[in-house]
Design a protein around this ligand. Structure first.
Ligand SMILES: [Zn+2]
Length: 455
């Protein structure tokens, strides 16, 4: 069966927008694309042709979200206006004491519903429970589920590694073509140097991709440069010794020889020129999460400079407990406006470059650009339809500009992953939204009074 998706505009990212365009999909791959009349003529010999006509809409490659925490979706709006340290502590307490395994599964599945409805077709998740991995598989998304490991006490490093290995080994048989596992030593203040070394060696042996939260906050900088601040105090209160290396987080990871595996560094807000040189040298990648960074008051990552110097940077939403939406159109627009505001350059990241950042550049960061990221013959059919109808969208002079400057995830009317329709503009077809919503509301009711007691 060949399916023909038609729309007023097809935006391949790999080429110029096509008016009255069509994308033909067969066996999960893009068979051909172009003006509808030409595509139909090419496909005349295919008898069994089904057409999905989106009308006044744009078809684009699916969006690639390089950083999220699906299992935290149920905490959206429950951790507002806290300091970063209190946010992490309250989150850890809540998750540990009040969210059972089935709550994390529910939370992650609701996060997948949100992502699918926003046209995200690939999502790199960072998680403690495996719920994100299972939700990506169940929802039909493509992604990487980085399994987090914590352990600031070097005495516990071997035990922490053993726990991580058990989790990876238990989940590996469930990996699919679309959803792979990775590992994530959490951050420099929550993982000892020994645990970093052990996890990186393990990742190398197993061929697992690595993600690390890095250079995010002033508190993290203080921890490394002076051995002061809330993270250092936390370690001291637990009797864990800490000698600060007196370098930046990226330099510290480089000195530990962690950057050799080209990890995905999440945030990199505080990257210096020297740090950017290290990222370029080692080929490390960066997940830029501008809304989360702004919300915590952490600052703005120097992504323009990183991109100039050849660092691969993708866009991530981070968790909705700190964003508060999983919407890459919203995130990309915020990133563009921040760059323009801070660089004093109103021509920075024009519409086509921004759309590429949300799609192909994200795919590059995750090493998936040979499969997805553009609409090209032979690539996997990961595509979205975005409505161009609505008072906030019309008139449309340039569909790429309309999509990047005015549309949000809520304008998405179709989400397809490897040829499978997971959202048809009415409902998510892979998960039971109604049942999940009812259960989520019940969970929120349980989390509300408990939160007050923890705070
Ligand atoms: Zn994160």
């Amino acid at each position: 069966m060949t399916i023909l998706y038609t729309a007023q505009w097809v935006i391949p990212v790999a080429g110029v927008p096509i008016q009255d365009g069509a994308v033909a999909v067969q066996d999960g791959k893009i068979l051909t694309l172009g003006p509808e009349s030409e595509v139909r003529a090419r496909l005349a010999r295919f008898g069994n042709l089904e057409t999905v006509a989106l009308g006044n809409a744009a078809i684009c490659p699916g969006f690639v979200n390089v950083h999220a925490h699906l299992e935290l979706t149920a905490l959206r709006g429950r951790l507002e206006d806290l300091s970063f340290f209190d946010w992490i502590r309250t989150l850890t307490d809540l998750r540990g004491a009040w969210m059972q395994a089935e709550d994390l599964e529910l939370s992650a599945q609701w996060g997948v519903v949100e992502a699918i409805r926003a046209g995200i077709t690939t999502l790199a998740d960072t998680e403690t429970s495996g719920a994100g991995f299972r939700a990506l598989c169940a929802g039909g998304l493509r992604g990487i589920a980085y399994q987090e490991v914590f352990g600031p006490d070097p005495m516990q490093a071997k035990k922490s590694l053993a726990g991580l290995k058990r989790r990876i080994e238990a989940q590996r048989p469930a990996e699919t073509d679309l959803v792979r596992l990775g590992v994530s030593p959490h951050a420099v203040y929550s993982v000892s140097a020994l645990l970093f070394r052990l996890v990186i060696e393990y990742a190398e042996r197993q061929g697992l991709p690595v993600a690390i939260h890095c250079a995010e906050s002033q508190a993290e900088d203080d921890f490394l440069r002076t051995g002061q601040g809330p993270f250092a105090e936390f370690l001291r209160s637990r009797g864990i010794g800490w000698t600060p290396p007196r370098v930046s987080a990226i330099r510290y990871l480089s000195d530990l020889n962690v950057l050799r595996v080209k990890p995905l560094l999440i945030h990199a807000v505080r990257a210096t020129e020297e740090d950017i040189g290290l990222l370029t040298f080692h080929g490390a990648r960066v997940a830029h999460c501008p809304k989360s960074n702004a919300k915590f008051g952490h600052g703005i990552a120097p992504v323009s400079r990183m991109r100039q110097r050849g660092v691969r940077v993708g866009l991530g939403t981070d968790s909705v407990a700190s964003n508060n939406v999983c919407d890459l159109l919203d995130e990309g627009r915020f990133a563009q406006l921040l760059s323009r505001a801070t660089q004093g350059d109103g021509q920075m990241l024009p519409a086509a470059a921004l759309l590429q950042w949300m799609t192909l550049d994200g795919a590059c960061v995750l090493g998936l650009d040979d499969q997805i990221g553009t609409l090209e013959v032979g690539k996997d059919a990961d595509l979205v339809g975005i409505s161009l109808v609505g008072p906030h969208l019309e008139p449309v002079y340039d569909p790429v500009a309309t999509v990047t400057t005015a549309a949000t995830g809520r304008d998405v009317v179709l989400t397809v992953v490897k040829g499978r329709v997971v959202y048809d503009g009415k409902r998510v077809l892979t998960l039971d939204e109604e049942q999940l919503r009812d259960r989520l509301r019940a969970l929120a009711g349980r989390l509300h009074p408990s939160l007050a007691s923890i705070r």
